[in-house]
Design a protein around this ligand. Structure first.
Ligand SMILES: [Zn+2]
Ligand SMILES: [Zn+2]
Length: 306
């Protein structure tokens, strides 16, 4: 099961009952956090999934509302007893930004690894420890910024009949299912001999702080869940959205429709937007499977035919 929770849904500054926009993903007990604004650790505490198995943090960009929660969060992860390395992904300069922010939290009992995303984005980075495959797409904000996509792949079915026909002993089946070749009585057996075609996996995309980027519908295509900023609810605020490199609800909904995603969650609401639900119809008219984000909004995705 692939669990997703919206850690916060605010942009610019945290408000009472509205933490800053961030997303937490969990698969087979391992977690990835996307963005970490001020107070993210408080919201994570309320969500209650713990800190110890956060294996990676993906930063969309380096504006304060997306990164200033890092020192406190890293200390909370330290207090949870983590000793395994933690990887932080982000635009060029990510190591410098994080190390500068964290001079107030200089000693954590785990190694921090940094991965700079190339300016043109990237495909298919396996996030260590987890089973998440990360892709990144560049966006038009007023600083380098990325949309992220997280895929969980699903192998094909194990073909018991073929394995029996080939005479592969039962105690080798598990190794083959895990992708390893085995040798028996001088013969080598490889996974492709007994595994069916890869099946449909699960995917979540997260995009915030920019104008609708070219190519984004292709990048998010077929995502089961698309979490996208909706800084402004009112269609009349399009000029403001353009000026500040943000999006309206309607623009986010159009991306969801063009990308043929399963569901859209809106997030990163302007502090000037006290009741985002008032404008829900502006998105739902274009993409009916839209939810207005709120702190703690959670869903679980399952593989087909389970
Ligand atoms: Zn922001
Ligand atoms: Zn920003």
């Amino acid at each position: 099961m692939f669990d997703i929770t919206l850690v916060g849904c605010g942009g610019m500054m945290p408000l009472p009952n509205r933490y800053l926009s961030a997303l937490l993903l969990r698969f087979e007990g391992r977690m990835v956090l996307v963005d970490c604004g001020e107070g993210t650790q408080v919201s994570l505490k309320e969500i209650g999934w713990g800190y110890k198995t956060i294996d990676a943090i993906c930063l969309t960009h380096f504006h304060a509302d997306h990164v200033t929660g890092l020192p406190g969060l890293l200390l909370s992860i330290a207090h949870s007893g983590r000793t395994e390395p933690l990887t932080i992904y982000g635009p060029a300069g990510v190591a410098h930004i994080v190390r500068s922010l964290c001079v107030v939290a200089p000693e954590v009992p785990f190694r921090l690894d940094f991965v700079e995303i190339p300016p043109d984005g990237t495909n298919s980075i396996k996030i260590p420890i987890t089973n998440f495959i990360l892709s990144a797409h560049p966006a038009r904000h007023n600083t380098p910024c990325f949309a992220y996509r997280f895929d969980v792949e699903r192998k094909g079915k194990f073909d018991h009949a073929t394995a029996q026909q080939l005479g592969i002993p039962l105690n080798f089946w598990n190794k083959l299912q895990k992708g390893n070749a085995v040798e028996h009585e001088g013969k080598i057996y490889t996974p492709d001999m007994v595994m069916g075609e890869a099946r449909k996996g699960l995917s979540v995309s997260f995009c915030t702080d920019y104008r609708p980027p070219k190519g984004l519908p292709n990048f998010i295509r077929g995502s089961d869940l698309f979490v996208c900023e909706g800084q402004y609810g009112d269609n009349a605020q399009i000029a403001k959205a353009r000026k500040h490199k943000h999006m309206t609800f309607a623009e986010a909904a159009q991306l969801a429709k063009d990308g043929n995603v399963g569901e859209l969650w809106l997030t990163h609401f302007s502090p000037s937007l006290p009741n985002p639900r008032d404008y829900a119809k502006n998105a739902k008219n274009i993409f009916p499977q839209t939810k207005i984000g709120r702190c703690g909004l959670t869903t679980s995705l399952n593989f087909d035919d389970m």
